[in-house]
Design a protein around this ligand. Structure first.
Ligand code: TXA
Ligand code: MG
Length: 335
């Protein structure tokens, strides 16, 4: 947030726009969100149009604090209170039974609702000034890379959004961890900014994680979080040879270079060394993918980090970026 000041005036204006049914993009610690009044079904529907996202995809309702849980959730289990107490404000989303206050437009027709309290001063100021819940998917076109700066939001959505609040680059850089608390045992639906290890320590037992952490199976992970260039996952040691092969086949090759390789071992159009710390890698990941796109590559070679800590979320996003693309998907270079 250094160097970026969002004035009280901007917050008031943003809250007013939400009350009037407008769309306001705002910073969170994970990625930028495209906000609407969660109780205004028409405004929520416009979010889907702005993103080009199918309306059956449920949204996260953002709250100012855990004290608002009972307003939005029908029945709050003890586990939810424990996790909220431990991780909010923060990059954790809880899926719980919805209260009648949540319109079905926001939940994609589900009887459950996803809720979270973001850890960002601008998001919290907006939520407090507005008073109600704010639905906010990541502020990107459907299937594309999530925005971690106000400029990314502008590139993605332009004038499809009424106002963009600039709170500087997002600190975490990957989306929130989603935990489903509606089943017999808590389950991670999407790995993210709160690590599996921290959740397990808080809960005192192991957690199920999505099947995407096993070997990649074609067809199982439709592309998402994807840059324009095609993403191909290879073992770190194979990157230099794979880059040569792809270049010789006529590709303009970009590389997300793992810390184990020296830049001079790879010949490519664009080489982006990734930080050794997973926190720094997560923070930079989406910006790196955008940067490689801008350098004109049509193919990005990447390898998966170890799946401990934030590495689990990074690996999940890379797998999904590398997933098969329907020819009409936004991330495809024919767009
Ligand atoms: O970090 C984040 O979570 C960001 C910031 C803006 O808060 N938001 C975000 O929203 O990533 P979105 O819409 O891009 O992703 C929300 C995910 C979707 O994959 C959706 O399927 C899941 O949350 N989700 C929402 N409600 C759900 C529900 N009731 N049951 C299961 N999954 C749900
Ligand atoms: Mg998203």
């Amino acid at each position: 947030m250094e160097g970026v000041t969002v004035r009280t005036m901007d917050i008031e204006k943003a809250a007013g726009l939400l009350r009037a049914g407008g769309l306001v993009a705002f910073p969170t610690e994970t990625v930028y969100g495209l906000g609407a009044n969660a109780e205004d079904a028409a405004a929520v529907s416009r979010t889907f149009q702005a993103k080009g996202r199918p309306p059956n995809h449920p949204l996260i309702v953002h709250l100012a604090g855990a004290h608002q849980l009972d307003d939005w959730v029908a029945d709050v289990p003890e586990t939810a209170r424990l996790l909220a107490e431990r991780f909010w404000p923060g990059p954790l989303t809880l899926v719980l039974p919805r209260s009648p206050r949540v319109p079905l437009e926001a939940t994609g027709g589900l009887e459950t609702v996803a809720v979270r309290v973001p850890d960002h001063p601008v998001a919290l100021a907006l939520l407090s000034a507005f008073g109600g819940g704010i639905t906010a998917p990541s502020a990107n076109r459907f299937g594309s890379v999530s925005p971690t700066t106000a400029e990314h939001v502008h590139t993605e959505l332009g004038d499809r959004v009424d106002l963009i609040l600039d709170g500087g680059p997002s600190d975490v850089g990957v989306e929130s961890t989603i935990v489903d608390l509606t089943g017999p045992t808590p389950a991670i639906l999407r790995p993210g900014g709160v690590t599996r290890e921290d959740l397990e320590a808080a809960l005192g037992h192991p957690l199920a994680v999505p099947a995407t952490s096993s070997v990649r199976v074609p067809g199982q992970h439709p592309s998402h979080y994807a840059p324009r260039a095609r993403v191909v996952l290879v073992a770190a040691d194979d990157i230099p040879a794979e880059a040569d092969r792809a270049r010789e086949a006529g590709h303009r090759v970009g590389v997300l270079l793992p810390p184990s390789l020296a830049p001079e071992t790879v010949t490519a159009q664009a080489v982006r060394p990734v930080p050794a710390s997973t926190a720094a890698y997560a923070r930079g990941l989406y910006g790196f993918l955008r940067e490689l796109d801008h350098s004109g590559c049509d193919l990005i070679l990447a390898s998966l980090p170890g799946e401990e800590g934030l590495g689990l979320a990074i690996a999940n996003r890379l797998r999904r970026a590398a997933g098969p693309r329907p020819s009409s998907a936004p991330g495809h270079h024919a767009r």
